[in-house]
Design a protein around this ligand. Structure first.
Ligand SMILES: [Zn+2]
Length: 139
C-alpha cells in the first residue's frame, strides 16, 4: 500500500520535471536569457503560476490519497474474521463501484479489494475518496 503511494508521488514529480524542461525550452525559443527564465521561475515559486502550481496541487492530491488510504488501513487492520462484507458509510455518497462491492455480500477477506482500491464497476469509482469499510461477518 505504501509503495503504491510513493509510486504515485514519483509520477507527480516526473511530470513536473518534464513540464519544467518543456517550459524552459519554450522560453528559450522565445529568446529569453537563462537569467530571465530563472528569475521568472523564482517568482513562480509560491505556486500561483502553472508550473509549480501543478506540482503543489499534484503532491497535495497524492498526499490526501495516502492519508485516506492509511486511514482505511488503520480502520480495517483489526479484522481477523475470514468473512467480511463491504459496508457503505451511511453518511457518504456511494459510487457504482462501491455499490457493486457491497451488493456482493459476505466474501472471504482475501478476495475483497481494499476500500479505496476497488476495481471500477459501472460508471463511477470514488477510489481514494472511498469511505467504505470491511466489516467482519460471524458464522
Ligand atoms: Zn465508492
Amino acid at each position: 500500500m505504501f509503495s503504491l503511494f510513493v509510486r504515485r508521488l514519483n509520477t507527480v514529480w516526473d511530470n513536473f520535471e518534464r513540464k519544467l524542461e518543456d517550459h524552459i525550452r519554450t522560453q528559450r525559443v522565445f529568446g529569453l536569457s537563462q537569467r530571465e527564465i530563472y528569475t521568472a521561475l523564482q517568482s513562480d515559486l509560491d505556486g500561483s503560476q502553472s508550473v509549480f502550481g501543478d506540482l503543489i496541487g499534484g503532491a497535495q492530491r497524492e498526499t490526501d490519497f495516502g492519508l485516506n488510504a492509511s486511514y482505511q488501513v488503520a480502520s480495517n487492520e483489526g479484522i481477523a474474521a475470514e468473512m467480511v462484507v463491504w459496508t457503505l458509510d451511511p453518511e457518504a455518497e456511494h459510487c457504482d463501484s462501491c455499490l457493486a462491492q457491497s451488493a456482493m455480500g459476505a466474501r472471504r477477506r482475501d478476495v475483497v479489494p481494499f476500500p479505496g482500491f476497488q476495481p471500477t464497476a459501472g460508471e463511477s469509482n470514488c477510489e481514494r475518496y472511498c469511505k467504505c469499510t470491511l466489516e467482519p461477518v460471524n458464522g
